[in-house]
Design a protein around this ligand. Structure first.
Ligand code: NAD
Length: 497
């Protein structure tokens, strides 16, 4: 069983865990586990100065050497996987395998970034002028401010940090005020890698602990050219315009309202397994959690009945227990928000299965996941409630299903279960899903790090992790070199003096 001892094992000292002003509670039982020190807002200019100094040195280190630091970080993460996973469970309430899975994602992105450190490729471009060469080069941007959410306390930071570091950028991390301990543990692990590396400048990776006011200090700082912010759409609506007003670059990873279309030809056994994992995994607190099921009317009643049966046998309780599949919500506020949404859905004509306060560990906010059969897609369905609520909607034609799927403010993840290639390809085409992630015969959650992760519309438009997301942490420079003895102008312009 994981406990307070895990914090010690991860290298956190007593004086770091007591005497501060930020109370950290475990969602497992609501008990206080630490009182950590917050970064005073008045310290933020010095934090940013240190990051700028680190940048001056780090950008000169060749990228493959920067990759060596990330390789060592990946090694240290492998050694510390159990300890860090246990803190994710303790602090965010994830079941053990999900806590470990988050650390695995960190390891995977380190591996990816190490390879990337030798592949920060630019282009050579055909020049229209004789004796000229055009090229595109990628340079480091500067300090990257990373603001993260409680529900993925470590992996999204690593997606950003591993790429930023190989791209030549220092990192200032402001974790969720609900999960500072996992962040503190990550910095300990990073410090071990930095010690082995031996030449990481001081201030290369820093932690700033606190609430929105500490995040805002990063958001408003011109000396932090990139802000990568993960969290609610409400937060993105504040952060995005502020970064834009100072011409900073913003990578926004905001809320989702993810759907699955289940077509008549779907393999229902597979679909049910995917639905249950993606709707109730992490107690419905993933940005990619399945929130809307759009089912063909011919199979709707059968699917809802089978799902209700599967939901009835879900082991809910202490996330440290290996048999548990549904752990607690983060706090009572999340439980209250779930109950409010269910009442609103009922008032809009929904029929609710489940969705009650459940027995778990005393003091924690445990619920039975809910299935809500809805007559239509209402405003309550269009809002992201960060809890295990699955709204079921019916459809007759695929076009209608796609229209329902896209008719929400958010655009993160989506999927279709079908064995019909026309339906699958239509869903993935320009007239299909409008989301950043679109899957066939796979649920909407649990993305691999190799692809770019993120979504459109109110999800913010940012991309992190794999593919060419690294370009978000670098500046592009186009250079033209004239090696001729003439000075021809582009577009044939004549300007002879
Ligand atoms: P939140 O918006 O309450 O907080 C997220 C982070 O933003 C925290 O660190 C918080 O302190 C900071 N913050 C809040 N207001 C700020 C401000 N004005 N200036 C600067 N920083 C500010 O979100 P949460 O409750 O921690 O997380 C849940 C939400 O995050 C859900 O909406 C979920 O969908 C979303 N999320 C999205 C992704 C993604 O990749 N798209 C991943 C995980 C979570």
């Amino acid at each position: 069983m994981h406990s307070f001892e895990d914090l010690k094992k991860a290298g956190l000292r007593d004086d770091e865990l007591t005497g501060g002003t930020l109370t950290v509670k475990s969602p497992i039982d609501g008990a206080e586990i630490a009182k950590v020190h917050q970064t005073p807002a008045s310290d933020m200019p010095a934090v940013i100065d240190r990051a700028q100094e680190a940048f001056a040195a780090w950008r000169k280190v060749p990228a493959p050497e920067r990759g060596e630091l990330v390789r060592l970080f990946g090694e240290e993460l492998r050694k510390a996987k159990d300890e860090l996973g246990a803190i994710v469970t303790l602090e965010a309430g994830k079941i053990v395998s999900e806590g470990l899975g988050e650390v695995q994602e960190m390891i995977d992105i380190c591996d990816f970034a190490v390879g990337l450190s030798r592949q920060l490729y630019g282009l050579t471009i055909a020049s229209e002028r004789p004796g000229h060469r055009m090229a595109e080069t990628w340079h480091p941007m500067g300090p990257v401010g990373v603001i993260t959410a409680f529900n993925f306390p470590v992996a999204p930071w690593a997606w950003n940090a591993a790429l930023a570091l190989v791209c030549g950028d220092p990192v200032i991390w402001k974790p969720s005020e609900k999960t500072p301990l996992t962040a503190m543990a990550c910095l300990k692990i990073f410090a071990r890698a930095a010690d082995r590396f031996g030449k990481a400048p001081e201030g290369l990776v820093q932690l700033a602990i606190g609430g929105p006011e500490i995040g805002e200090a990063l958001v408003n700082a011109r000396e932090v050219p990139v802000i990568s912010a993960t969290g609610s759409t409400r937060m993105g609506e504040i952060v995005g315009p502020k970064v834009a007003a100072r011409f900073g670059r913003c990578i926004l990873e905001l809320g989702g309202n993810n759907a699955m279309i289940v077509a008549p030809s779907a393999d229902l056994d597979m679909a049910i397994r995917a639905i249950v994992f993606s709707a109730v995994g992490t107690a419905g607190q993933r940005c990619t959690s399945l929130r809307r099921l759009i089912v063909h009317e011919s199979i709707r009643a059968e699917l809802v009945e089978k799902l209700a049966k599967a939901y009835a046998s879900l082991p809910i309780g202490d996330p440290r227990d290996s048999a548990t599949l549904v752990g607690p919500l983060i706090d009572e506020g999340a439980q209250a928000a779930m109950m409010t949404a269910l009442e609103a859905a009922k008032a809009e004509g929904g029929t609710v299965h489940g969705g009650a306060v459940a027995e778990g560990v005393a003091g924690g906010a445990y619920v039975t996941p809910a299935i809500v059969d809805m007559p239509t897609q209402t405003d309550t369905v269009r809002a992201e409630t960060f809890a295990p609520i699955l709204y079921v909607l019916g459809y007759s034609e695929l076009d209608e299903a796609i229209a329902i799927q896209n008719d929400v403010p958010q655009g993160l993840s989506s999927c279709i279960f079908t064995l019909n290639v026309r339906e699958a390809e239509t869903f993935l085409s320009a007239v299909g899903s409008d989301c950043g992630i679109a899957n066939v015969n796979i649920g909407p959650s649990g993305a691999e790090i190799g692809g770019a992760f993120g979504g459109e519309k109110a999800t913010g438009g940012g991309r992190e992790s794999g593919s060419d997301a690294w370009k978000g942490y670098m500046r592009r420079q186009t250079s033209t070199v004239n090696y001729s003895a003439e000075l021809p102008l582009a577009q044939g312009v004549k300007f002879d003096i």
